[in-house]
Design a binder for this molecule. Sequence first.
Ligand code: G6P
Length: 614
Amino acid sequence: MCGIVGYTGKRPVVDILLDGLEQLEYRGYDSSGVALKCSESIKVYKAEGKLKNLREELAPHAYELTKSTSGIGHIRWATHGSPTVVNAHPHTCNCGNLVIVHNGIIENYKELRAELEAKGCKFKSQTDTETVAHLVASIYGEVRNLTKAVQLATKKLEGAYALCIMHNDEPGVIVATKRNAPLIIGVGENEFYIASDVPAFIKHTKKAIYLNDNQVATVTPDALKLEDENGMIISPKVEQLPWEPVALSKMGYKHFMLKEIHEQPDVIRNILVGKLHTSDTPIVLDEVKLTKQTLKDLNRIQIIACGTSLHAAMVGKYIIEGFCGIPVDVEASSEYIYRKTVTDAHTLVIGVSQSGETADTLTAIKQSKSRGSHILIITNRPDSAMAREADSLVPVSAGIEVSVAATKSYVAQLTSFYLLALYMAEVKGTMEQAELTALKAEMLILPQKIEQILAHKDEIQRCARKYSNTRDFIYIARGINYPTALEGALKLKEISYINATGYPAGELKHGPIAMLDETMPVLSILMKGSVYEKLLSNSEEAKARNARMVALTNSTDPKLDDLFDFIIRVPEVNELLSPIIAVIPLQLIAYYIAEFLGKDVDQPRNLAKSVTVE
Ligand code: G6P
C-alpha cells in the first residue's frame, strides 16, 4: 500500500519514475507525486487522483525537466489525511531542500510533530510522513550528511516505513531505508533504481538488492553504500531476479478482472503440473519441508490470512481437518497478533497471502516463528517478505493479478490447499485410498468444469443485470461453501459497493432473517452433498419471508424451480471440491453488476491490492 520509486543515473528521470509508478498502481491510486533534482533546487509536482492526472500536471514542463536525472516518486493510499494534493507525497521540510516519500505508518508522529512544531517547524499536511521530513531536515542542519541524518532520525521513529529521501545540497544522492515495509534496489550500469516492488524497474535491470529492516542504502549514479542503522558497512547481496518484464495487457477483455477470471482453468492446470500427475500417483510437494515425523508430531495447525486469502484459509481448515484429522484454527492476522496466542514447535503455522507482504500476516508469521513453529507460506510471490520467513514455501503460480479484487489468486490458493491437504493425508495415511484416488481424479478435470461455466457466462450476466439495482445482497451456504458465501459477498462489496453479506445458512434465523422482505436478494449456494437438504430448508425459510431467491446449484431437482426466481447451474462436482467451482459464477456476478453500474472494476475506490500497513 503506497508505492515508492526512486532513480539516480544519467538518464532523464521523469518517465522512469512515472512508468515505475504505473507498475505500482496496485498499491494505491488516490494521489501521486514526484520530486526531481533540478539545477538549482528540487522541484515537486503532485496531483490528486489517478496517475494520469500527475502525467497531465507534468506535461507542460516536459522540456525543462529532461535535464533532471535523479528523483523520487510516490503513489498513495491515504492513511493519515484525505487524498488531497497537500497530503500527497513527496513531502518537504520548510525550506524545500529536503524531500521524502514514505510507505507505512509512523505511529509516534503526533509526539514528534509536537516537538518539531515547538522548534519552529511549520506543517502543511495532516500526514505522518511530513513529520519525518522535518525530523530528518532538523538533524541534517546539525550533521550536514543525509545518510547520517537518516540514521539518527529513524532511531526516533516507531511504526513501519520504507523511505526514500533526497537533499538539494547532495545532488544525485538518494538515501533509502526500511522497517517492516518492502524496499528493493535495482542495480543498473551507472544507475540505481529504488522501488517498493520489482515491476517498477524490471524492464531496466534484473539485478537487485532486497533491503533488510534498518539497513540504510545511499545511492549515487556510480556507487551504492549499504550500512546498518549505526553506520557499520554491510556488503550488499545482489540477486539475479527470475523475472521477465511483463507487458500488462487486457488481451481484448474490457477489464483485467474479467481476463483473470477467464485465466482460472489454466492457473489450475499450471499448478497441478509436476505435483499431481495421475489419480493413482502420490502428490509431489517438494516445497513442503515437513518430515514424516514432524507431520506426525503436529498437534495443531493455525492458518492466518486477511481478506480473500482468509476465505481460502477457511476452506483449508475444512479439508485439512477432514482429510488429516489435525485440529485447525483460522484467524484474521490482525486479530492474531494482538492477543496471547498459544503456539509452539508442535504447531504448524500456515500464512496465506497473494502478495506475500500484507503487514498483519507478516507480523503474525514472525511472531509464531519466534516461538518455534514451522512456518508454511502459500503465496503468489515467492520473492516476497513472507516467503523469506518460510520454512516451507508453496508458490501458487497464478501469474500477475492486476485487478485489485482477487480472483485467480484465490482459486490458485484453494488448489494449493487441496494439494497440501491431500499430500499430508497421504503421508499420515489418514484417508482411504479409494477416496484419495477419486478426489485426485476430479481435481484433474476441474479446469474443464470451469471452462463449461465460462462458456455459459451470458446466463450469469443476465442474473447480474436483474439484481444490479439492489442495495443489499445476502449469500447463504453451509459447510465447506460457507467461505464461498463470504468470498462472493466480498467480491460484490469490493467492486460494486453494494452491501453484501455472507452467512452460514443455519444462522439466518438467529437475526439476519429480520432483514428479509421482497426487496432482498438471497443467493443460496446449493451444492449437492451432506448439507444440501438442510440448506434447501433454510432457503424455504427465506422464501417464506418473500426474499428474492437465487440458486447457485449443481442439482437438477425440479422442486428448485418453484423455490427460486433465478437458477445458475454449474457442473456436477464432488462436494469437497465444490468451492473451486461455486466461486466462479459469484466472481462473474460481482463483475457484471459492477460493470453494469459503471464502476471502476479494476481499481475500486478506497482499496489497494497490497496492504503494507497494520
Ligand atoms: C487487500 C486486497 C485483497 C486481499 C487482502 C489480503 O485487502 O485488496 O484482495 O485479499 O489484501 O492480501 P494478501 O496479499 O495477503 O492475500
